[in-house]
Design a protein. Structure first.
Length: 410
C-alpha cells in the first residue's frame, strides 16, 4: 500500500511541478523531456531484466544443486545453536525452529524464491504456539525483525545488476555488503533483545558475533596499508574466491552424493528465468516513475536539500545522491532496485554513488513489505514493537553502508 502512494506521488508531483515550470518559468520543453525519459526508462527496465535472466538462472541452478546435496541443510544445522538462544519461546524439536533456520539460511545464500515459502511456513508454525492469535508473540517479532535485517552472504541480484550495467568488476561490493548487512542484523537483534530482555552474553551468540568481528579485523589488517584504488581490486578478488569456492563445493558434493547435477542445475535455472521475467513489470513501473520525477528536477531538489543540511554540519555530501535507495528499500525492494539502477545509469556503476547505492540495496531490507506479508499471512493485527525494531535496523544499516562505502571506495 505504501508503494502505491509513493508511485502515484511520483507522477502527480512531477505533473504539478512541470505545470509550474511551464506557466511561471516558461520552460516549454519540460513535458517533452518527461515523455522522452518515460519511454527511455521503460525500455531500460525491460533490457535490464532480460540481461539479468542469465545470472539469475545460473545462480538459482547452483543453489538447487546445493539444496539437493544437503549443503543448505548443513548450514541450517550449523547455525541452530545460535537460534535456540534467540527464540527461547520455541520448544525443543518443534518444527517451527527448523523452518526458521532454513529461512535464514536461504536468505543468506540469496535464495529469495526458497526463503519466502520457508518464512511463511515458519510464521504459520509459530502461530500454532501463539495463545493470542491476533497479537504477535516474542518469537514472531524476533523472526520478522531479523528477517528485515537478515544477513545476505551473497548479494546475487545486486551483482547481476552491476554486470548488466557494465561494471568492471561486479563483485567488488561483495565484502562491503556483507559487512553492512551483518551490522544491520546485529542492530535488529540487539533492539529486539532489549525489548524481550534476552541475555545476548551467551557462548553461542558471542561466538557468532566475535567470530565475524574477528574476520573483519583480519580483513582490516590486510587492507590498512593498501592504496584506496587497490582495496576495491583486492576485496573483489576475495569475493570472487569465496563465490567460486561455494559453487565448486556444491558441484563436488553433489557429484559425490551421486546427484544428477546437470538436471538439478536446469531445474533451478528454470526458477531463475521465471524470477527474472516476473520482475519486469515492477522494474519498469518504478523506473518510469523515478525518471519523470528526476526529469522535472524534483529528485535533485530533495537530494540538494539533504546535501545542504549535511554540509551545514561540516560533513562530506558525496553520499547524498545514493540515500534514496536506503530510504526506498524500507518500503519496497523493487522500488529501491529501480533507484539503484537509475543511479548506476546516471553516475556509472563504478562511481562512488553507484557502488554505495549497491551496498545500501544489499545492507537493508523491505521492512514494511516483510511485516505486511508475513504478519498478514497469519492474520496478526497487533504487531507490537516489530516495526520500531525493524526501522532501527534499517537506519543503522543505512548509516553503516555509508561509512563502509567511504572506507572502501571513496
Amino acid at each position: 500500500m505504501a508503494l502505491n502512494y509513493v508511485w502515484i506521488a511520483f507522477f502527480v508531483i512531477s505533473f504539478a511541478v512541470a505545470l509550474f515550470r511551464l506557466i511561471f518559468m516558461g520552460d516549454v520543453e519540460i513535458f517533452g523531456k518527461m515523455t522522452t525519459s518515460l519511454f527511455e526508462s521503460g525500455k531500460t527496465g525491460a533490457e535490464i531484466a532480460i540481461g539479468l535472466t542469465g545470472m539469475m538462472a545460473f545462480w538459482l541452478g547452483i543453489m538447487k544443486i546445493g539444496e539437493r546435496a544437503g549443503m543448505i541443510a548443513k548450514l541450517a544445522r550449523g547455525v541452530n545453536p545460535l537460534f535456540r538462544r534467540l527464540f527461547p519461546g520455541i520448544p525443543d524439536k518443534h518444527p517451527a525452529m527448523g523452518s526458521v533456520v532454513m529461512n535464514f539460511s536461504a536468505n543468506a545464500l540469496g535464495l529469495d524464491n526458497a526463503a519466502t515459502p520457508m518464512g511463511l511456513k515458519a510464521m504459520n508454525e509459530l502461530q500454532e504456539l501463539n495463545p493470542k492469535k491476533d497479537t504477535a508473540t516474542d518469537a514472531q517479532i524476533m523472526f520478522l525483525v531479523l528477517n528485515t535485517a537478515g544477513i545476505t552472504m551473497i548479494p546475487t541480484a545486486v551483482m547481476a545488476m552491476r554486470l548488466t550495467m557494465g561494471a568492471a568488476n561486479p563483485a567488488d561490493i561483495f565484502i562491503p555488503t556483507m559487512i553492512g548487512t551483518f551490522i544491520s542484523f546485529i542492530s535488529g537483534m540487539i533492539a529486539v533483545a532489549i525489548y524481550q530482555r534476552i541475555n545476548l552474553f551467551r557462548p553461542a551468540l558471542l561466538f557468532f558475533v566475535g567470530g565475524f568481528i574477528g574476520l573483519m579485523y583480519l580483513l582490516y589488517l590486510w587492507m590498512r596499508n593498501m592504496p584506496q584504488e587497490e582495496i576495491a581490486v583486492k576485496t573483489a578478488m576475495l569475493g570472487g574466491i569465496i563465490i567460486f569456492s561455494i559453487i565448486t563445493s556444491f558441484l563436488v558434493v553433489g557429484w559425490q552424493k551421486k546427484i544428477n547435477v546437470y538436471e538439478a542445475f536446469i531445474d533451478g535455472a528454470k526458477e531463475g528465468f521465471t524470477t527474472a521475467v516476473m520482475i519486469i513489470p515492477y522494474l519498469v513501473a518504478i523506473l518510469v516513475g523515478i525518471a519523470v520525477f528526476r526529469a522535472t528536477g524534483c529528485l535533485d531538489f530533495i537530494t540538494n536539500g539533504i546535501a545542504y543540511v549535511v554540509a551545514l554540519m561540516g560533513l562530506n555530501t558525496d553520499f547524498v545522491p545514493a540515500l534514496p535507495v536506503g530510504i526506498m528499500k524500507t518500503f519496497s525492494g523493487s522500488g529501491a532496485r529501480g533507484i539503484m539502477v537509475e543511479l548506476m545509469k546516471t553516475h556509472g556503476p563504478d562511481s562512488f554513488v553507484g557502488r554505495l547505492a549497491c551496498i545500501m540495496q544489499g545492507s537493508t531490507e523491505t521492512t514494511f513489505y516483510v511485516l505486511a506479508v508475513y504478519f498478514g499471512s497469519v492474520n496478526i493485527k497487533n504487531t507490537r514493537y516489530a516495526l520500531t525494531c525493524g526501522l532501527i535496523a534499517d537506519a543503522v544499516g543505512i548509516i553503516a553502508a555509508i561509512m563502509i562505502g567511504y572506507i572502501f571506495f571513496h
